[in-house]
Ligand binder design. Structure first.
Ligand code: ATP
Ligand code: PRP
Length: 211
């Protein structure tokens, strides 16, 4: 049996067509089902539905053999034992620094001011500002980062931007790109060795589907 960990929402929506192209069809719609383990058209492949940030943990411990996870989440994950063979090129967006319209970010950076930055990406943000030599106080949030500069909680945020609609609707502007983000396939290293005969053909078909 091969278990593939997926998160609901956009990763699931964009992964299901890839899986179908690779010959794996979910037996029911995971977005509407309350089931957390979903069978597929392949008796040896099942889907495990977890929170986006939990995918690397399931795969690290081998509770799932494979997983689909955003590069943003992977960059924050400090575990080991994950093999990353394939960029699925889905859920594409950019990790950016954004501020309230009218806030002079460049000037704040130039003047050496200490910035308060709200984000759920503490590790990535810490590395980014350290590399730039900018002093920051990082404030951990779990969602709706856009609210932080509007309420005075922070001067800036580090968050994902795709269409830019959320920033625009909240009178914020992106001032710096940190990284391009897409979702990757991750594989438990031990499973890749032990179940290679089953995993490799699936990997090859997914590779083809991505192309
Ligand atoms: P959780 O439910 O664990 O809090 P989440 O709400 O962040 O996670 P999603 O919004 O489904 O989960 O995001 C999952 C992944 O999709 C992110 O890790 C990121 O890689 C990608 N993603 C998030 N927002 C966007 C976006 N606006 N456009 C494209 N991809 C995105
Ligand atoms: C993500 C991210 C931004 C938004 C950016 O949010 O945290 O808030 O998407 O996308 P945009 O540039 O296209 O507006 P999240 O996934 O929590 O919300 P969503 O699913 O409603 O987009």
């Amino acid at each position: 049996m091969i278990s593939l960990a997926l998160s609901k929402g956009r990763i699931l929506d964009e992964t299901l067509p890839l899986l179908e192209a690779a010959g794996v069809v979910a037996s029911e719609n995971p977005d509407t089902s309350r089931k957390l383990i979903i069978a597929t058209s392949r008796p040896d492949v099942r889907l495990i539905i977890v929170r986006a940030t939990d995918v690397p943990t399931y795969v690290q411990y081998g509770a799932a053999d494979l997983g689909v996870v955003g590069g943003d989440v992977l960059a924050e994950f400090d575990g080991s034992g994950l093999y990353q063979p394939l960029d699925l090129k889905i859920a594409r967006c950019r990790l950016m620094v954004a501020v309230r319209r009218g806030f002079d970010y460049e000037q704040a950076v130039r003047s050496g001011a200490r910035l308060r930055v709200a984000t759920k990406y503490l590790q990535t943000a810490r590395e980014h500002f350290a590399a730039k030599g900018v002093h920051v106080d990082l404030i951990k949030l779990y969602g709706s980062m856009e609210l932080a500069p509007l309420t005075g909680l922070a001067d800036a945020i580090v968050d994902l931007v795709s269409t830019g609609n959320t920033l625009k609707a909240n009178n914020l502007v992106a001032v710096e790109e940190i990284a391009a983000v897409s979702s990757r396939l991750v594989v438990n290293q031990a499973a890749y060795k032990l179940k290679r005969a089953a995993i490799q053909p699936l990997l090859d078909r997914l590779k083809k589907a991505v192309r």
